[in-house]
Design a protein around this ligand. Structure first.
Ligand code: ATP
Ligand code: MG
Length: 387
């Protein structure tokens, strides 16, 4: 008898001819997540099986987070020839439960002496006669015992839901603009869940924003990496640009111009990384720089697609998701970010592109802005973050 985890995958099933590619990638990502627990992972007969872990609960938790996992079931593998032993084991796995149950049996070994309905009836009969608190209900049971007869027999009852999505690495790369706030980690999570590998850019305005903010952003990146695997964070020195905007541009346009320059720099970093899109945590109307007019003024400076997965999401919903994925507590730590330090009293809410360009003009003289952007790109600090 051997304890193991059976990992079920979701959308990967639908991938037709590409399925082996997705499955191999998913297996590799699960291997990485299970490594700290000393576990081995094998892909066998289209099933992903994990064994040899030291801490079952923590290992299940780590694997549930991996994108592409539909559910994880702790299972027991045993000799299919010993049917009596199988019944005893089934009963042991159900002994702590009460209420109604049924057994679902499947067999891929068509030479097995019993067919699936017979297996289910025999095992179910044995369990109910040895477990007084359990009764059989084949229509809407509270518990389901699964019995699978392959090259071995596999039994499992519990089913811990996973995160769904597609395996990280199956959908190219994108650059997340990651601040220390609530929204951007959730935005990154949503896109990463579709199989996209993330890199992140954080705009750091030292000394206006101190080391604690940078640490907070790195912690958020690490929390994200539990789902999507290791990611590279670019810490961009942004003080010079922030100060120049503050000194030379009309007050009501400073936030918008700052955002345009974050986009310009993020796009340059993305190109270096061969990332194909940018991701932000913006949501319509959340603040002045997120009205439709402001968003189109920001988009105008880049040619890459900008993904804003929270665009139609209410703040309360974003908060709920941040709590669920475990980033909320870190996001609400009370450190100022660069945006609050330089926030104008009356930011323009319905900017026109022509006016934004006009407001930005003082920076363009003698290629000043281009040089500052280049200095920021050259001065990035690169930090690789892993779970
Ligand atoms: P968050 O949106 O993450 O909660 P926030 O609300 O303070 O932070 P906004 O001012 O709303 O940030 O900025 C909108 C988006 O711009 C953020 O979601 C993030 O993608 C990006 N952004 C803002 N500030 C930074 C920064 N310092 N570094 C990287 N990206 C940033
Ligand atoms: Mg926000």
């Amino acid at each position: 008898m051997k304890k193991l985890l059976l990992v079920k995958y979701a959308e990967v099933h639908l991938k037709g001819q590409n399925r082996p590619f997705f499955l191999r990638l998913l297996t590799k990502n699960i291997k990485e997540a299970a490594r700290p627990f000393g576990a081995g992972v094998r892909l066998h007969d289209s099933r992903i099986l994990v064994s040899g872990y030291d801490d079952e609960e923590a290992c299940v938790d780590a694997i549930r987070r991996v994108f592409g996992v539909h559910a994880v079931s702790p299972a027991v593998e045993l000799d299919k020839a010993d049917f009596d032993g199988l019944c005893v084991q089934a009963q042991a796995m159900m002994a702590h439960l009460e209420g109604s149950f049924k057994v679902i049996a499947r067999r891929s070994d068509k030479l097995y002496p019993m067919d699936s309905p017979q297996i289910a009836a025999e095992v179910g009969g044995y369990v109910s006669s040895h477990t007084p608190k359990l009764t059989v209900d084949v229509h809407s049971p509270q518990h389901v015992l699964q019995v699978e007869i392959r090259d071995q027999a596999l039994l499992y009852v519990e089913n811990f839901p996973g995160n769904g999505g597609l395996p990280t690495g199956s959908s190219g790369k994108a650059m997340l603009l990651l601040s220390g706030g609530i929204d951007s980690p959730v935005a990154g999570y949503r896109i990463a869940r579709r199989g996209v590998t993330l890199s992140a850019a954080y705009f750091h305005s030292f000394p206006y924003t101190g080391e604690p903010v940078k640490d907070k952003v790195l912690t958020l990146a690490r929390l994200l990496s539990r789902y999507c695997g290791s990611l590279r964070v670019y810490v961009v020195p942004f003080t010079e640009i922030q100060q120049s905007i503050h000194q030379q541009c009309p007050d009501d346009y400073t936030t918008l111009i700052m955002r345009r320059n974050m986009m310009r720099i993020a796009e340059k970093l993305a190109q270096k990384e061969k990332a194909l899109a940018l991701i932000t945590g913006e949501s319509i109307g959340q603040v002045a720089s997120q009205t439709l007019e402001a968003l189109s003024c920001t988009d105008a400076v880049v040619s890459m697609p900008v993904f804003r997965p929270l665009i139609g999401t209410d703040k309360l919903e974003i908060i709920q998701e941040a709590v669920r994925i475990g980033t909320y507590e870190t996001s609400v730590l009370p450190y100022e970010d660069c945006c609050t330090v330089f926030t104008p009293r009356h930011p323009v809410t319905h900017p026109k592109l022509k006016q934004a360009e006009y407001a930005e003009r003082p920076l363009l003289e003698e290629n000043l802005l281009e040089q500052m952007i280049q200095r920021a790109v050259d001065g990035v600090e690169i930090i690789d973050v892993r779970p």
